[in-house]
Design a protein around this ligand. Structure first.
Ligand SMILES: Nc1ncnc2c1ncn2[C@@H]1O[C@H](COP(=O)(O)OP(=O)(O)OP(=O)(O)O)[C@@H](O)[C@H]1O
Ligand SMILES: [Mg+2]
Length: 460
């Protein structure tokens, strides 16, 4: 379904609103409302989001300038085209300074007007795109690259493409690092909404009080620090896809508000009174077992049903080990600066043996580390630092350290610290952070294990 652009025409002369509506509708597939005075316009703006407003300057009581100011505050992405008489030219220029997109003067040439409207729509898209970009959660990890040839993975991808085309809400389930975010992008890109925004919200990383205002926006002054009116992400996503990542982490009060929104498409900004409506397709993802969360009383059952019209379950990487070589090649290509490094058969064997609790993300990090740690053109087993258990296996067999070829925990710790230090180019602060210990503890361990530390770029 292509989105119909929403236009509002405001003029106190009914013949003009009628004419503009008819002419514009003839020229383009717009959804056009009309208002005969400023108050009526503001009422409509409170309940609907317009792409473009055509606004007469001179109207009794609430003037076009008042409506323009109201729009600036309450619907900043909406573009305003002022309708003027030739004599109003000076005022028209003033309105541009006040934030109007453009002005047209009577008599209107329908085609010219339509061209201005469609430029205003493009401008609004740019404004929205900027909002979407600001929403840093939207970084796409290596665009559409979804690697996997195993039957189980291909099945998931082909099912995803099928359901993407529908308007159904989709819940993506899978363990951490299995590719839920990539699948959400695939859904959007394969859907009829692909030219509209995809807005991602990471529900786990936003504190609960803020989540509601991120999602639904807030009115100026609704809480401390709410200096300006802010549009909610649901508005930014209007016409497109709203991706609720880590949806299992939403608090109960926000769950209730989300449910109301999903049922009606209506929401209210924090501190606002008017109810607004948008059209979004919701895709959500979680690594939690939501039925279990429902059972434990932490997640609303009715919300689960809403979100989960169709569900997609992503497999663990250990269930599709045949994809590991492909993924490794892909990451080697993508992450090598110049010529892609290769991987030795021994190192590959090690990767195939591993259980991958962190799934594809863990593999990606291991390869990234391997590229940095390997001296030559080939990534060898010793360049792969994975989970310590595996490290001990491989080290044990090749270096014959300790009893029975196994390492003691301390030896293991020493090796691991050295690797992480090297990985972080001897930056101790970063290393401590990665290891989850304080820089002081790291310092003590370096002393204790007599780790020879290379020179770091950091100043200590
Ligand atoms: N099939 C795949 N092909 C290529 N890269 C993949 C694939 N699956 C996952 N990745 C990569 O692995 C990393 C993790 O993927 P993603 O963020 O989509 O996982 P997730 O399921 O959302 O994880 P989490 O639950 O931790 O948020 C990303 O860098 C992604 O690019
Ligand atoms: Mg994710």
């Amino acid at each position: 379904m292509a989105k119909k652009y929403r236009i509002l025409v405001v003029d106190d002369e009914e013949s003009i609103t009628f004419l503009l509506k008819t002419e514009l509708e003839e020229l383009s597939d717009y959804d056009i409302d009309t208002a005969l005075n400023g108050t009526e316009a503001i009422n409509l703006i409170q309940s609907k989001i317009y792409d473009v407003v055509l606004l007469d300057i001179k109207m009794p009581r609430v003037s076009g300038i008042d409506v323009l100011k109201y729009l600036n505050e309450h619907s900043p992405s909406t573009q305003v085209i002022m309708l003027t008489n030739v004599v109003d030219m000076k005022t028209a220029i003033e309105t541009i300074k006040l934030g109007a997109y453009d002005f047209v003067s009577k008599p209107y040439d329908p085609e010219q007007l339509q061209a201005t409207v469609s430029r205003a729509i493009e401008k609004r898209k740019l404004v929205i795109e900027k909002e979407v970009m600001k929403n840093e959660l939207n970084r796409i990890g290596g665009t559409a690259g979804l690697i996997g040839e195993s039957a189980i993975f291909k099945h998931v991808v082909s099912n995803t493409k099928k359901v993407a085309a529908s308007e159904a809400f989709i819940l993506i389930q899978g363990a951490s690092g299995t590719g839920k975010e990539l699948i959400a992008h695939l859904i959007h890109n394969e859907s009829p909404r692909k030219d509209q925004p995809l807005v991602a919200v990471n529900c786990a990383s936003i504190p609960d009080q803020l989540l509601e205002s991120e999602l639904f926006g807030h009115e100026k002054g609704s809480f401390t620090n709410a200096y300006v009116t802010k549009q909610g992400l649901v508005e930014v996503a209007n016409g497109g896809t709203l991706f609720l990542d880590e949806v299992g982490d939403i608090s109960q009060p926000t769950q209730a508000k989300l449910l109301r929104f999903l049922e009606t498409g209506e929401f209210r900004r924090v501190g606002g009174t008017a109810s607004m409506k948008v059209d979004v397709r919701v895709v959500s993802a979680t690594n939690k077992n939501l039925p279990q969360e429902v059972h434990a009383g932490r997640f609303r059952e009715d919300l689960l049903y809403r979100l989960n019209v169709v569900s997609i379950q992503l497999p663990f990487l250990r269930e599709r080990k045949e994809d590991i070589p492909l993924l490794v090649d892909y990451f080697l290509q993508r992450q090598s600066k110049s010529k892609a490094k290769k991987i030795s058969p021994e190192a590959m064997a090690m990767l195939m043996k591993h259980d991958w609790p962190g799934n594809v993300r863990e593999l990606e990090h291991v390869i990234e580390g391997g590229i940095i740690l390997s001296q030559g053109e080939v990534v060898e087993p010793q360049d792969l630092w994975m989970n310590p258990a595996l490290l001990s296996q491989s080290k044990g067999s090749s270096d014959n350290n300790g009893q029975n070829g196994l390492l003691s925990l301390e030896e293991l710790e020493k090796i691991h610290i050295e690797k992480v230090l090297k990985y972080n180019q001897w930056n101790r602060v970063k290393t401590a952070h990665m290891l989850g210990i304080t820089p002081k503890t790291l310092y003590l361990k370096i002393k204790r294990y007599h780790i020879k530390v290379g020179s770091s770029v950091e100043s200590e």
